[in-house]
Design a protein around this ligand. Sequence first.
Ligand SMILES: Cc1cc2nc3c(=O)[nH]c(=O)nc-3n(C[C@H](O)[C@H](O)[C@H](O)COP(=O)(O)OP(=O)(O)OC[C@H]3O[C@@H](n4cnc5c(N)ncnc54)[C@H](O)[C@@H]3O)c2cc1C
Length: 505
Amino acid sequence: MNSSASNRGNNPAEEWDVAVVGLGPVGTTLAGLLGKRGLRVLGVDREKGIYQLPRAGHLDHTILRTLEELGCLDEAFGETIPNTGMRLLDGNGQLLAEIRAQKLTPSGLPASVHFHQPSLDRTLRACVEKMPSVEMRNSSELVGLETDDGITLHIRSGSETRQERARFVVGCDGAQSAVRALGDIRLNDFGFTESWVVIDLILKDRVDTLPDNTVFGADPARPYAAIELPGMRFRFEFMLLPGETPEQVTTKEAAERMISPWLQPTDIHRIERSVVYTFRGASADSWRKGRIMVAGDAAHLTPPFLGQGLCSGVRDVTNLAWKLDHVLRYGAPFELLDTYQIERDPHVTNVITTSIELGKMLCVLDPDIARERDRKMLESGAAPDKRVTFKLGELVPGPLVLSGGGMFMISPPIDGIPLDDLVGQHFLVLAREDSDLTASAEWWKKIGAKVATLAELPTADNALEKWMDRRNARIMVARPDRYVLAAGNSLEEITDQVRSLLASP
Ligand SMILES: Cc1cc2nc3c(=O)[nH]c(=O)nc-3n(C[C@H](O)[C@H](O)[C@H](O)COP(=O)(O)OP(=O)(O)OC[C@H]3O[C@@H](n4cnc5c(N)ncnc54)[C@H](O)[C@@H]3O)c2cc1C
């Protein structure tokens, strides 16, 4: 260790390793991923506490894997229901297409779940607050930033503005990000803007007339979404029609009228809220400017039709956390942080453009165009689950995604313990045999990697061996964010390509 990470203390003038601005789900996850590595993290949020109303309702397995890494998956899981998929219906309720949830995931965790965001936010917060090297402050708003050989943050609490020093700052401060503005980072707009009213209900009881899981209604009279949430909660989303104002569609009467095909007012215990959101697609032109980075909604905005905005944000910080760790603890060069945008930007762009395509298909108000769209889909000859598709992409090839890499590594149980838990927050170097572990294995150990042969990681069904067989590989290196870096035949070759990026020479 060669940095302040090893230099703990309570001196308030001491530099934080990382300042995280915004303690929504993305910022809190980042604080936790860094805190678990022992880095000194200051998290600030301008609000008094966590936001009490849900926005996101769906999470996929990649996020569950990160929650598992933080050690709060079990608690978070109590508040979820499995997601079986999404159905797209026409205006008459006929099935146009469906996206089915994956049956198997690389980690063995469920493909995706529906959840109650404030409950998850509370669970996350409680988990991260326990970490001794993390301090989280509410009612603390970032109002200024200066960079030199570190960062000075100006943080306003009540009438007082204090300065804090950090080596890096990550803006997880949402769509209107102050960090993005102060860092002079711009958003590229993808040219999709639609306003929808989101109505969250608490029901008295489960009602048979409600659809299961998620339904999108491509009804030209008014496109809608109906989303089952845990407990007695249910969400409807309706597109605003031309000329309608937020004031008109957010009244109790408007909500009751729009949901009347499914529910009577007597079915409802309470309308928790009714709010208009403008769904947009956008992404930052630069995800890092020197010591300033952005993540989550501060870095990109995704229309919620695939339930992926928050998921992308958590994937951002899972990607970034271990790179910051390597720069701070192992003296890796700043260029390592460039791979953050190189890897995350195309991944997020794929998610945003697919969400926009689905949105464009859904947000059709002209009955003739809608009829033609439906006819084409129904007469396409393709099965409903092939008419609209979405698959989470792999990482594109790059400095840390070499031959045989880019996909998620599997995490089979070894003596009942998932491989992820055995590896922890490190690289995994997996060799077919001892003889494949050449001299550079020692270098990997020095940067914290778990180095093992197949014989040392026995699984009940030889899952790891089969994984290597399918790729005809003798060596596999997986990164701390569980993506495969490379699979091949020579550890020397792989190491030579990444050594200078991961640690000081
Ligand atoms: C209707 C709707 C449905 C959605 N459904 C899904 C879904 O099903 N699945 C999914 O993955 N995503 C979904 N999303 C997207 C998801 O809600 C967002 O992507 C996610 O909440 C973003 O999290 P975040 O932590 O990046 O930002 P936020 O949750 O916005 O948090 C930002 C934080 O920064 C703080 N902050 C702001 N400025 C400052 C400052 N200057 N100083 C200090 N603190 C500051 C704020 O107080 C806030 O706490 C949905 C969104 C909407 C609107």
